[in-house]
Design a protein around this ligand. Structure first.
Ligand SMILES: *[C@@H]1O[C@H](CO)[C@@H](O)[C@H](O)[C@H]1NC(C)=O
Ligand SMILES: *[C@@H]1O[C@H](CO)[C@@H](O)[C@H](O)[C@H]1NC(C)=O
Length: 273
């Protein structure tokens, strides 16, 4: 995992403190297939996917080989049965800004994150792995991401992230965290997979937002540190880009989200000064 990868690892570790690894999510088949029907029927009515077929490819991929051996490419067959292209100017990438990304996406309804794609929607927050000895899901425990060369969960997200970035067109938006020292991290999913998969021929502008947490600290900003490495890379690869520090709306959203540190006066000054 690039920075995004690391991000996902952190998330996963966040869900399983003290290395106490969760096993495969109970009822995973019903959840995955159910979410697929939900997506086609209620979330994006009019789209058509063969949910049972997607499940079959998924199950085959995960159960065919030992848990730590599910490579990114192994999911290609499954992803072929769920191809999708979000509209241009809607792709939102993020790194270490998950809660903010969620509120931003909730307000900017046209934006698509990976979680809005069929794959992201179906597999969000789930865990899966095969049993050591037997070709069934292991519901009692799964290896940590860091313990595997090719972790089945990580490999799926990596392929999903790659597809998502390859499909991006028009303007893309990137939310980076200005309160950490590696706002742009080459080992994150954004830095290691998505950035390299963006196509300068398809992407018109990469619009970066570096956002510090409300109470600070402000460690990185446009034109400094790792963000400058990112903009250099973008430049070299032929992308047009913009970079904005602490965008008003993003600060106001954090204010609303945090409640405690957000008085009506604060919010008003953020929005109207
Ligand atoms: C930045 O990262 C820190 C540490 O992970 C986190 O607490 C904070 O909420 C993040 N800030 C934003 C704006 O996402
Ligand atoms: C794309 O981004 C550029 C630079 O921020 C902006 O001038 C332009 O209006 C944007 N276009 C769309 C369709 O959002």
């Amino acid at each position: 995992m690039s920075r995004v990868l690391k991000h996902f690892i952190m998330l996963l570790l966040g869900f399983c403190p003290l290395g106490d690894q969760l096993g495969t999510t109970p009822n995973i088949r019903d959840i995955v297939v159910g979410r697929c029907y939900n997506y086609m029927t209620l979330v994006h009515p009019g789209t058509r996917y063969d949910c049972e077929d997607i499940w079959t490819h998924f199950e085959d991929t995960v159960l065919r080989q030992p848990s730590c051996n599910v490579a990114v490419e192994d999911y290609r067959q499954m992803f072929r049965s769920m191809t999708q292209a979000p509209p241009c100017h809607t792709s939102l990438f993020w790194s270490k800004t998950r809660p903010l990304m969620h509120s931003y996406a909730a307000v900017m309804k046209h934006l698509w994150t990976l979680e809005d794609t069929l794959a992201g929607y179906m597999f969000n927050d789930l865990v899966w792995c095969r049993q050591q000895e037997d070709a069934g899901f292991d519901f009692s425990a799964c290896p940590e991401w860091s313990a595997c060369t090719n972790h089945p969960v990580y490999s799926l997200w990596r392929q999903a992230s790659q597809n998502f970035a390859e499909m991006a067109c028009g303007n893309v938006t990137v939310l980076l965290n200005g309160s950490i020292s590696d706002a742009f991290n080459r080992r994150s999913m954004f830095g290691s997979v998505e950035l390299d998969s963006l196509d300068p021929q398809r992407v018109h502008y990469v619009n970066l937002h570096v956002v510090a947490s409300l109470g600070g600290p402000q460690i990185e900003a446009c034109g400094q540190g790792s963000v400058m490495d990112l903009t250099r890379t973008l430049q070299t690869r032929g992308f047009r880009w913009t970079c904005t520090d602490n965008d008003q709306m993003l600060m106001a959203l954090q204010c609303i989200q945090s409640r405690s540190s957000c008085s009506p006066t604060n919010l008003k000054s953020m929005l109207f000064n």
